[in-house]
Write a protein that binds this ligand. Structure first.
Ligand code: FAD
Ligand code: UDP
Length: 373
């Protein structure tokens, strides 16, 4: 009864890229997805003529030319450049931390002036650590202060990070913030990558292109009829949760999740930017996304009289919620290791993507891994 070479469980970017490659190699593929739509977390819904990123804002960025050329061959990408703004109790700052931020924070105008202030504050943080008898930062708070100093830590990092992770910065590991970008130039581009953008017409176009001509059954959960699905193909590509695949036999892996509160507003331009981070502890959400700014630039913004915004609330994950960010602490990493040992022994199943590998993947590394390695 095997009719397909591959059954692909999950039509997210991993499943769709794998299917694209397999089809090009002449393989017969069937894709199933338990959600009512294709695309996994990059799925967009068109609301009032605006592509709304239903599972969180997605910005494609890469320095790999092969990957960039490939995605552009499926759908042209626009020139969107991510440059979030931080709102701290009504004060606005550019991100990532750069000369614009330093000017807004201290009124400084030159890199030397900015460097002097940051060095002084870093020095104070090192002295405080020495006084406490430690040589290495013990937590995120200490790490951030020896990287950037007290002012930026307190206004732009502390509240945001505590909301995002649901824990105090003094209880979070230092490594989370070890690669904090600090720039002594006036440059608000959030990413250092050579290429970035959003597919013209939204991410659904990318998924449609990857799955062009493929049989896809949405609203279909692998576990509702597991033995049937296991019989339809020579091999399975599984992109769902790895612990679910093994019936949670060693216990459940944990995640952080995000709750989105969406609102349609009767105004053409609400916050003037796609991403505004709320960095104080008192505002309950971490950021507000105004989706039209991903694809409508300049005067185009005003051609549509409405706008759609999403407030993002970072929350602890419970059963039944969407799993978003793997929690890469010791407990979960070791639990994942047990499942991976089982997965490595499977001859007919390929485990791939964010949920099956229990790994935070950006989009470009998925394309790179599936199509170019
Ligand atoms: P998913 O997209 O999760 O796809 C898995 C699919 O499998 C889902 O459609 C699911 O319904 C299906 N599935 C699961 N179990 C079953 C089952 N039992 N039966 C049938 N189907 C099943 N990356 C960037 O590069 N830039 C960004 O700005 C960015 N922002 C992000 C923001 C958020 C909030 C999140 C969570 C991620 C972000 N990412 C970003 C990462 C990006 O979403 C991932 O790289 C990509 O979506 C992962 O694709 P995937 O196929 O592995 O997983
Ligand atoms: N961060 C912060 N203030 C901000 C934005 C980010 O302190 O305004 C910190 C925060 O600790 C976060 C980390 O930087 O966990 C990475 O944030 P980013 O938005 O780059 O990554 P993502 O949330 O998409 O993983």
């Amino acid at each position: 009864m095997e009719q397909y070479d591959y059954l692909i469980v999950g039509s997210g970017l991993y499943g769709a890229s794998f299917t694209y490659r397999a089809q090009k190699a002449g393989k017969k593929c069937l894709v199933i997805d338990k959600r009512p739509h294709r695309g996994g977390n990059v799925y967009c819904e068109n609301i009032e003529g605006i592509n709304v990123h239903k599972y969180g804002a997605h910005i494609f960025h890469t320095s790999n030319k092969e990957v960039w050329d490939f995605v552009n061959s499926i759908v042209p990408f626009n020139r969107y450049t991510n440059s979030p703004v931080a709102n701290y109790k009504g004060e606005l700052y550019n991100l990532p931390f750069n000369m614009n931020t330093f000017h807004q924070m201290w009124g400084v105008r030159t890199p030397d002036e900015a460097r002097r202030i940051i060095e002084e504050q870093k020095h104070d943080a090192v002295v405080a650590m020495k006084a406490a008898g430690v040589s290495e930062p013990r937590n995120l708070e200490e790490q951030a202060q020896i990287l950037i100093g007290k002012d930026i830590y307190e206004k732009l990092i502390k509240g945001y990070t505590e909301k995002q992770w649901g824990r105090k910065c003094t209880d979070l590991p230092a490594f989370i913030i070890r690669r904090l970008p600090v720039r002594f130039v006036f440059d608000n581009n959030y990413f250092n990558d050579k290429y970035q953008g959003i597919p013209e017409g939204g991410y659904n176009k990318l998924i449609e292109g990857l799955l062009d001509g493929i049989e896809v059954k949405t609203g279909t959960d692998f576990f509702d009829d597991r033995s049937y699905w296991e019989g339809v193909a020579d091999k399975i590509v599984y992109t769902g949760k790895i612990d679910e695949y093994y019936g949670y036999r060693f216990g459940k892996l944990e995640y952080r999740t995000v709750r989105f509160e969406e609102e349609i507003l009767d105004c053409p331009n609400w916050q003037g930017n796609a991403v505004v981070n709320y960095t104080d502890r008192e505002v309950p959400y971490t950021r507000i996304i105004e989706h039209k700014h991903f694809e409508m630039f300049g005067e185009k913004v005003y051609e549509n009289p409405k706008t759609v915004i999403s407030r993002e609330y970072s929350t602890e994950w419970k059963d039944g919620m969407e799993p978003y960010y793997p929690v890469n602490d010791e407990k979960n990493t070791s639990l994942y290791g047990k499942y991976k040992d089982l997965a490595d022994k499977e001859a007919h199943v390929i485990f791939g993507g964010r949920l099956a590998e229990y790994k935070y993947y950006d989009m470009a590394p998925i394309i790179e891994k599936v199509l170019f390695i």
